[in-house]
Design a protein around this ligand. Structure first.
Ligand code: GTP
Ligand code: MG
Length: 451
């Protein structure tokens, strides 16, 4: 076996609670490559880092392993906070092929750790749990960049048992959410058990293990999902809509199929009709070695999946994070525009049925919230993207059933005039940036009202 050219790079989403080490982990994967003198091989994308198969097998100390793998490498997505995964959507599903859930082993599970696991469970995405910051365990002797077992075996008995105990807690937390798990080296069947990999993103201990296990998962579970057509018109997902100095509104996208070129016409979802526009520039970050260059980005004429790239084009102001972006030709543009429109409308809800009103910050998080509410059999009257507005309050005021005179907002603000209005009504407002907390808060409130 060898790398199969018809398979694209698997997309790996890095998830976890704030400050548990997502960015440091990716920095370490890049940084240790710089130290090994193979910096050029690892490519920094917009919002992503690509690690080719050669780097991974070298890091694991056995270049002959390369022949065992058929994927070209791994593409890691890092966005701040824990929202990467919900933006990384593709028609009702998840764009990420694999995920890493990172947890600070000294702090344990936090709300966003649990949220991440709920989302992965729903999408049935294969993942590993990375137990980070083992170097903070009292008495830990760091062995830079060593595989986990090699450094573990050098630790004192007390330190080992301290770590073992912390890992048992992680196993217990995972069990509570419905996952069986074990330390990764004791897992025989990764389909039935989640592997927990102890690491230090600070010292690089355990990093080779993370890369190997992810490759193994990709190999076992993904082959059927990774076929792509490099020559087809590009299809991607909007990761972020961002203002850039001198460029105006830009799109950071992950392209997961086909090719996208400068000058291409693209269609991208917005709250109204989809936006049709022409690509002015495709931008990538400058290589690490050129970090002092005046300009942050460099232009490229085309890119092929899977990559992260920034698009500069006119009229992108209303574009939605989490929406599809597709290259169109005069023959296909009408059909593609219709398809994107109906995809966005499928996530939004506007019915005559009685139910709660929900608002969320992106189309991806709205979709996740709708799914979780449906699972709880909580009816939804209206679901839309955006902050809570005066109009929302007015509409909800008209609802007579007190259990549904309710607005549930995920990661949104209340606009100033809505705040004023709210005070003069009976409308109940729930706001949070963790979905399952929102739902629990609503359910608890309903229960109390009924008592
Ligand atoms: P957000 O992007 O804000 O969600 O955080 P993050 O998950 O990207 O965390 P980040 O990588 O920024 O790490 C948070 C802090 O923890 C930083 O001060 C890191 O230096 C530190 N840190 C991360 N990993 C380790 C580790 O393995 N050991 C130690 N000692 N510190 C770490
Ligand atoms: Mg970060």
């Amino acid at each position: 076996m060898a790398v199969n050219e018809n398979l694209r790079t698997p997309i790996v989403s890095v998830m976890g609670h704030v400050d548990h080490g997502k960015t440091t982990l990716l920095d370490r994967i890049r940084g240790s490559a710089v130290a090994d003198g193979e910096a050029g091989a690892i490519t920094q994308h917009i919002g992503a880092t690509e690690v080719p198969i050669e780097n991974i097998v070298n890091k694991c100390g056995d270049p002959s392993l390369k022949d065992k793998f058929i994927v070209p490498g791994l593409l890691f997505i890092d966005t701040p906070g824990h929202h990467a995964f919900t933006s990384l959507r593709s028609r009702g599903g998840a764009l990420a092929d694999l995920a890493i859930v990172i947890v600070d082993v000294n702090e344990g599970f936090m709300p966003q750790t649990i949220e991440s696991l709920h989302i992965l469970k729903r999408f049935k995405t294969p993942f590993v749990v990375v137990a980070n910051k083992i170097d903070r365990i009292h008495g830990w002797e760091a062995n830079k960049n060593l595989p986990f077992l090699a450094t573990y075996n050098k630790q004192s008995e007390r330190v080992k048992s301290d770590l073992d105990n912390k890992l048992y807690e992680v196993v217990g937390e995972l069990y509570n959410i419905g996952f069986n798990s074990e330390r990764y080296d004791r897992v025989n069947d990764f389909q039935r058990n989640i592997g927990i990999i102890p690491i230090s993103a600070a010292t690089g201990e355990g990093i080779p293990d993370v890369l190997m296990i992810l490759l193994g998962l990709a190999q076992r579970f993904l082959e059927g999902n990774l076929h792509y057509d490099a020559k087809a018109p590009g299809i991607g997902t909007v990761l972020e809509v961002k203002e850039e100095k001198g460029l105006g509104t830009t799109l950071d996208i992950i392209l997961y199929d086909g090719t996208i070129k400068k000058g291409d016409t693209i269609v991208v979802g917005s709250l109204g009709n989809p936006i049709q526009t022409k690509i002015r520039a495709l931008l990538k970050p400058r290589p690490l070695s050129e970090i002092k260059a005046e300009e942050k980005f460099q232009q490229v004429s085309e890119v092929t999946a899977a990559v992260g790239v920034k698009i500069s084009a006119p009229n992108l102001e209303g574009a939605l994070a989490g929406s599809p972006v597709r290259v169109a030709s005069p023959d296909t543009i009408d059909a593609i525009t219709e398809e994107i429109k109906s995809e966005i409308e499928d996530v939004q809800i506007d019915t005559d049925t009685i139910g709660v009103t929900i608002k969320a910050d992106t189309i991806g998080s709205l979709e996740a919230l709708v799914n979780e509410l449906k699972k709880e059999e909580i009816p939804i009257r209206k679901a839309d993207v955006g902050d809570v507005s005066n109009r929302d309050i007015v509409e909800v005021t008209a609802i007579e059933d007190p259990f549904f005179s309710v607005i549930v907002g995920f990661n949104v603000k209340v606009l100033p005039d809505a705040k004023e209005k709210l005070q003069s009504t009976e409308v109940k407002l729930f706001l949070n940036d963790v979905i399952y907390r929102l739902i629990d808060d609503y359910k608890d409130w309903v229960k109390k009202q009924k008592e």
